[in-house]
Design a binder for this molecule. Sequence first.
Ligand SMILES: [Zn+2]
Length: 285
Amino acid sequence: MAESAMRISFFQKNPIKCPVCGTEFRKEEMLSGRGRLITKNLTDELRRIYEPSKKAGEIFPLVYPVMVCPICLYSTYNEDFQTIKEEKVPMVLSQQAKREFEIKNIFPDIDFRKQRGLYTGAASYILAIGSYSFIDKEYAPTFKKGLSSLRAAWVFDDLHKKYPHQKYDRLKIMMYKKAIGYYDRSIKFGQTGEEGIDAIKTFGPDLDKNYGYQGFLFMASLMLFKYGDQRDKGERIAKLQNAKRIVSRVFGSGKSSKNMPSFILDNAKDLYEKIGEQVKELTVG
Ligand SMILES: [Zn+2]
């Protein structure tokens, strides 16, 4: 099978110049046509699952979207890569060693000049979370940190399934918890106008479909329900009640909108009920 395997990616012809360190590099793009990508189910977290094809083997589309400078490791989604303000550049550059140290602590042999895989994919999201601290508010950096945290959790889940003894499940949970925090802050920033959500081209959460703002609210509530902190009971109840309000807005608006994907509508209602049950249990017990 290996000798006849189809290529699953290519490097762009025109180099990109890193706005931070000036390195020129070619971005790797995924190839998805000619039966390479076989779509399977959608998970409860709106993640698209693919089946390995005979011709191309396994493909993980999520490992490609973050642009990473292979030298200074500055990383963002494509559309934001050149938006870094000049006055921020010295600071980003000065943290190159820190980025390298942190990422090599998890993946010692990481090399972004090579073809992407699950290791580089997970690493690209962790690096993006760091780099978005330097991106202007108008590009919704908090949301993008949240989305990157969620996608990192998904890639760590893939890694955990492949290498169950490497403790990638711990990193997965850590990334979900990060995502909860960023989604929560991003919702608040959107309401106060501190960070525009208008600039967001896609709320994802995966690459195959944009579930829009309602999908974003749904994911915030779902992650809180599944992975939120349970240590303090009073705090848990308050957070669940807030999540319940948010999710009720999702299916409330869905009734009046024909554009709302039925998947979200059905699952939001289901989630609303599950959160309600947990609140009841915690209040009684
Ligand atoms: Zn660079």
